[in-house]
Design a protein around this ligand. Sequence first.
Ligand SMILES: *Cc1c(COP(=O)(O)O)cnc(C)c1O
Length: 409
Amino acid sequence: MDVDPNSAFHRVIAEWGGRTVFAVIDLDALAVNVRTVLNLLGPDAQLMAVVKANGYGHGAVAIAKTALEAGAAMLGVATVDEGCQIRLAGVDAPILVLGAIGDSERARAIGNRLGLVVSDAAFARGLASVATATFQKEPVSVHLKIDTGMRRFGAMPEDGVGVAQAIASLDRLRLDGVMSHFASADSNDDGSVHEQAARFDQCVGALRAAGIAINHQHLTNSAATLRFPEHHREMVRLGIAMYGLSPGDGVALPSPMKPVLTIHGRITRMIDLAPGDRVGYGGAYRATGQEQAALVALGYADGYRRSLSEGGSMSIRGRKAEVIGRVSMDQTVVRVPRGLEIAAGEPIAIVGDDTNATVGASTLDELAAIAGTIGYEMATGLAPRLPRLYLRSGEVVAISDLASYRELL
Ligand SMILES: *Cc1c(COP(=O)(O)O)cnc(C)c1O
């Protein structure tokens, strides 16, 4: 990606009159990530693109559309609201709500043709009666979830057949899949993954023996998709890796996958520091000599966490500019590398993607390590007020900000 001040996204931001900081979402990188994982799958396995939490902070609608174009068969969300948002944007593909939902959400889920996960017979019966009361022609698509060890959501394996039979007896419901979720696919605890899979297989065997037809089995999140091809079955559920972020310590993404999101901006103001000057709340940084600093108009309320005050760095003209003083709610100060002659308005790469164009700017995964969290939390913590620019073939094709979502091309 280009940090040239004349690059498409800097130009568009200037013309549009937008904020001086913004996330750039490279939809081509997303498509490459999806296709790279599709190439790892057998011919009969499909890919569910998980776009919950506003597409892991990237923007659910643009991500969903791009992932489907790149070959995803289905979308996964966590809540009914999230599913409705994507449906209302005109997306027709199957959407599965992965999380448990409340009774008050059932009618809206059915009305928006969202698939739901079922883990007990009473929920299935309630859902069928709500479906009867609506005018939806198609039965509700449901996936049976088996709790193979996570103790969060799902039927216990020994109850699987009973719940499946309840679903099969209700003609307003259609059993489209059987699923489970791994607790430790990203860690060294491979044994637990195989134990969970064995419990799942035993349950699937019992379902088949009871005469229940199973179209889709799906088990794997990103970490398990990359590490355990033997558990791909008929569908994989791809979240974090699709965004080019690591599912956990030491789980590397295959080439050429890379981060989809970077954050860029322009320096708002130059600051000359004299020896002994203190910077920011608490005077946490003290200049030792004559130094030049730069103000960047983003802070922890944008998702650039306060814990990055120590160790965060950005990139000016391909050189590392360290965060100095405390990151505050709306503003952050960096030290300008020695010998650089720059003025306010200079482009700055705030979060990088490990390519040459953003040398010196930490990636979201690196920032997560510095902040003591994981890339998932960094990405989903990016605030709605941070504008998102969507790039395709080097052109800005959409902008979303607090006020709107606009497709430009
Ligand atoms: C969020 C989620 C996923 C995706 O997990 P990643 O680790 O981001 O790939 C898969 N399955 C379920 C049930 C989920 O809730």
